[in-house]
Design a protein around this ligand. Structure first.
Ligand code: NAD
Length: 446
């Protein structure tokens, strides 16, 4: 192994790789070589440009060079390069990019269903991987990724940016402090509104094969937060789900909003032409792959759910009642931890048609005691400040408490497996044990 290009400190894994066994390490950790990292990106849509390529080119060139960008759409990757300001070659062939640019770190920001392919290919080439969530969309992909990680003794970081929002850190700290005792149960309701929620039905997310359904694409964030807050693993999932607003529920449809004769009657009409960046990155490139950024939310091929609920049991005995609805009049979440000695309640307001005083309200009530309002530090930036903090942690190794170390493939797998189990539970009308999908050794916290 070429130590000079070995950027990840490999944490110990137990177990042979015959069946799907998750790595035991709870964290992925990074080392910082004297030389600059050579950083390549595959999948160059909005997230790739806005979260990774552009900020890296603007703020991190002292520690890394963006050496290559790759996408199946030749036009989009060229636009992405221009929008990010990167001075690197572009590719439509991943292997060609790796051969020519010799990256030592890959960022995977493709459509979700292709993450596992690129993660495994990069690891097999000796390249360490940072992947956007969700790490995988089904249990077969999960096995492929974890096997490749083990086989190559390389490392994967999953960018669970939500953990790094100060409000989520505060919840972790309160629960860790033990002030209200052990968590007995959790109530968690996530609301996606008629703008953001609908957006998942315009694009590839509407297909289970591409995004694993919102149980995986979206809920992987929420399930990861819960696993991390509880410091426990999911054990069993019972779920229900239905499609009640989008897809076949529409009384008319088209391919996409710009071609639609029903725009005046459609509550979900989205005028892409008002967004110059999206027009350039998507509409200007759609002749290559037919990807309409303003796809019709009522297409009949939608095969995911827009209303979902589940009960999840955890290894520490806690259980969670969870729901996700994607057609709400407001955006945000409501969360409560019902604990031995009190209750911690959070109401998060992301977007709503009424004025609010604070984006996040957190209350701690001790049993037989008083209710206390917990102040939350507010920082600006994407995902309540989480995006900037995780970038700094990955690329500048900023000081972080141990419980905020980088999420590993284990976290990526367990959060996806919860959603995959929920999907299976609906399909098979029975509770699904995570152990039916994967064997999970205890974490070592190394
Ligand atoms: N962590 C977060 O909060 C967050 C937020 C948004 C998106 N994301 C994730 O980022 C990723 C990208 O999301 P996006 O909104 O930019 O999507 P997008 O559709 O805008 O971009 C995806 C890109 O992948 C390309 N692509 C598709 N199939 C490919 C393949 N086989 N090989 C190479 N490229 C391929 C597409 O051409 C497109 O350019 C997704 O995995 C998504 O889940 C994460």
């Amino acid at each position: 192994m070429d130590q000079s290009r070995r950027h990840f400190v490999k944490t110990a894994t137990t177990a042979a790789a015959a069946s799907l066994i998750l790595p035991s390490s709870a964290f992925a950790s990074l080392t910082f070589p004297a030389a600059k990292r050579r950083y390549a990106i595959v999948g160059t849509g909005e997230r790739s440009v806005g979260m990774w390529a552009r900020p890296l080119v603007q703020n991190y060139t002292d520690v890394l060079d963006v050496v290559g960008m790759c996408d199946i759409n030749a036009k989009r990757v060229a636009v992405a390069r221009k929008l990010s300001g990167a001075n690197c070659p572009t590719f439509t062939d991943f292997d060609q990019m790796c051969d020519q640019t010799k990256p030592d770190l890959l960022m995977v920001t493709t459509v979700d269903g292709f993450h596992s392919h690129y993660i495994a290919r990069a690891l097999d080439r000796g390249i360490d991987v940072i992947t956007e969530k969700p790490m995988v969309v089904d249990e077969k992909q999960c096995k492929e990724v974890l096997d490749a990680e083990r086989r190559n003794k390389r490392n994967i970081v999953v960018t669970f940016n939500y953990r790094y929002a100060p409000k989520h850190q505060k919840i972790k700290e309160i629960l860790m402090s033990g002030t209200i005792g052990k968590v007995i149960s959790v109530d968690f309701s996530w609301y996606l509104d008629v703008y953001h929620g609908a957006d998942y039905f315009r694009r590839w997310h509407r297909l289970k094969s591409k995004g694993g359904s919102l149980w995986v694409h979206k809920a992987t964030h929420h399930f990861d937060l819960i696993n991390w807050w509880l410091d426990a693993d999911p054990v069993e999932v019972s779920a229900q789900g239905a499609l009640r607003t989008y897809g076949r529920n529409g009384t008319f449809r088209s391919t996409h909003c710009r071609a639609c004769p029903h725009t005046k009657d459609c509550r979900f009409f989205y005028d892409l032409t008002k967004n110059a960046t999206r027009m350039e990155l998507y509409a200007g490139c759609e002749d290559v792959d037919g990807y309409h950024r303003d796809g019709c939310v009522f297409r009949e091929d939608v095969d995911i759910y827009d209303t979902m609920s589940a009960v999840v049991k955890y290894s520490n005995g806690a259980h969670m009642s969870y729901s996700l609805n994607a057609f709400m009049p407001f955006e945000g979440y409501r969360l409560a931890f019902n604990c031995e000695k009190g209750r911690l309640e959070i109401r998060d307001y992301e977007r709503q048609p009424w004025p609010i005083e604070e984006e996040t309200e957190v209350y701690l009530t001790k049993s037989f005691g008083q209710r206390e309002k917990i102040p939350i530090e507010k920082i600006t930036g994407g995902h309540a400040g989480g995006d900037q903090r995780i970038r700094d942690l990955i690329f500048r190794n900023t000081e972080m408490p141990s419980y905020l170390r980088l999420p590993s493939s284990r976290a990526g797998a367990l959060s996806c497996l919860t959603g995959i189990a929920a999907r299976r539970s609906i399909e098979q009308s029975r509770p699904i044990k995570i152990s039916e999908l994967a064997k999970v050794p205890a974490p070592t916290n190394t």
